[in-house]
Design a protein. Structure first.
Ligand code: ADP
Ligand code: MG
Length: 200
């Protein structure tokens, strides 16, 4: 079973959005679960909007996480995605420890890049990779962010645009690949998924 943790110490980076979208895509041909470690429960509310879902949702606390993951693996799950809260390094560190890969979304602005260093520090020797998220179209604002990630020695999974489709999809409990299969948001999610597979 592949375990992915979505971590950034900054709120609003896109952890829950990308966790939901990548899980919804991967779940089309695999047995997938999401563990919601965030008391804000974004993933839980997204999941509650889904109809007849085949994605299993579990809520959790750091001390429970390891056993829940063992149980999912024993139950034949292919994928377990962990969504984490910002500003809680215990939850983040626990998720990082359990994950095969920690996905770190970062928005392409100076303040966000400064803040992401705290998340890189939490990563330690564990495998991590960045998604530069919510890049406005028609700009080159992602370039300094990409440069920053490269210099930090953490891998880059790719960039995802600032797209209204992500918001529409979230509001309906969908991933972009379900909401608008042929859209740009969907194609970015598929590309990021490929990049994840190529790392592991
Ligand atoms: N690529 C994107 N395009 C458009 N809106 C986005 C994108 N990524 C995130 N958002 C929006 O930004 C807000 C914060 O994202 P969220 O996933 O909740 O961040 P986090 O879980 O890291 O706190 C949400 O309203 C979400 O819909
Ligand atoms: Mg969140």
């Amino acid at each position: 079973m592949l375990v992915l943790a979505f971590v950034s110490q900054k709120g609003g980076a896109g952890k829950s959005t990308l966790a939901a979208n990548l899980t919804a895509y991967a779940a089309s041909d695999s047995k997938a679960a999401i563990i919601d470690l965030d008391p804000q429960a974004s993933i839980s509310s997204w999941h509650s909007l889904r109809e007849s879902d085949h994605i299993t949702l579990l809520t959790s606390h750091p001390p429970l996480l390891s056993k829940q993951i063992d149980k999912l693996a024993a139950d034949g799950y292919d994928l377990c995605v962990i969504d984490t809260p910002p500003h809680n390094s215990t939850a983040a560190a626990t998720a990082i420890k359990e994950a095969d890969l920690t996905v770190i979304p970062v928005r392409p602005s100076g303040f966000d890049l400064v803040a992401v260093q705290a998340t890189f520090n939490l990563l330690g020797e564990n495998l991590g990779a960045v998604i530069v998220n919510a890049v406005p179209s028609g700009t080159a604002v992602q370039e300094p962010a990409i440069e920053f990630v490269k210099e930090s020695g953490v891998r880059l999974l790719g960039t995802v645009g600032q797209r209204i489709a992500f918001q529409h999809a979230s509001n309906s409990g969908l991933g972009a690949t379900e909401y608008e299969a042929g859209g740009k948001a969907a194609s970015e999610i598929k590309k990021i998924w490929k990049a994840i597979e190529s790392i592991l």
